[in-house]
Design a protein around this ligand. Sequence first.
Ligand code: NAD
Length: 296
Amino acid sequence: MATIGFIGLGNMGGPMAINLVKAGHSVKAFDLFEEAMQRVVAEGAQAASSAVDAATDVDFLISMLPAGKHVEGLFVTGDQPLFDVVRKDTLIIDSSTIDAATAQRVSAAGAERGISFIDAPVSGGVGGAKAGTLAFMVGASDEQFSSAKPVLECMGKNIFHAGDHGAGQIAKACNNMMLAILMTGTCEALNMGIKNGLDPAVLSEIMKQSSGNNWALQVYNPVPGVMDGVPASNDYQGGFQVDLMFKDLGLAMDLSQQSASPVPMGSQARALFNLHKSKGNGGLDFSSVLKLYQDS
Ligand code: NAD
């Protein structure tokens, strides 16, 4: 069993770290927010006194932070860059969703010092983090991927090697742009059906068995009461926040600009989430974008 440092114990990182403990690893956990850290310590992790402490003398170091600036600050540009602290044989796995350019820059800065830093963002939400069923999209060399895989398998069900450094973040941006398009399209169709007198449960079932079938209809219906256990049936609480979806669509727009890829559907979805967020809905689950259609 390995010794693993874990930094960033929020909605996602907390349950991921707990799954590592449950798998028998020795976990040194750190978060700036004491309460988040104590939740993980209560499940058997060791409380690290600082990020430096969590990064010192570990086989793996995992980070699960909000955005690229936090990741780059922690490892490269901050007051106590962790690249100055980690052992050369520590494999650093960043599972935050950040822009691919930052992931590549941090990885290159590590490589210059003989340190391995790979990107491994996740899909599957808080439910997947708790259940240990996340999908990991990994940007790494073959050797780094092989080393990371057994650890990632303690937290996820599907572990993909997307390509070299940064490729995991590119896959994640593509996936979440697709998800935003699917969810807004599903809301659009369901709202039109409802306005024309259809029962949303019946319409959902028809589309699920027809060519409009998609992930939102299958497991994440946006209309309250159609499906049990989804955020729509819980006042759009929990799940994946509009703020985070908006952030991820920003990453997709950056990527499209850097690669001159046309994304008319993605940018339209981003505009819709932007409007929804500007009406004070940033903290709600992203399926609440249905309200934008219902209110207009
Ligand atoms: P969160 O805000 O709940 O957690 C982030 C944690 O990082 C916080 O507890 C914060 O205190 C801590 N933190 C920030 N800077 C730190 C530092 N320098 N040192 C130590 N701790 C620090 O966010 P989350 O929902 O857990 O998301 C984390 C990442 O995962 C984000 O990049 C997000 O886009 C991505 N993600 C989230 C979901 C989801 O459904 N929530 C799904 C997939 C991916």
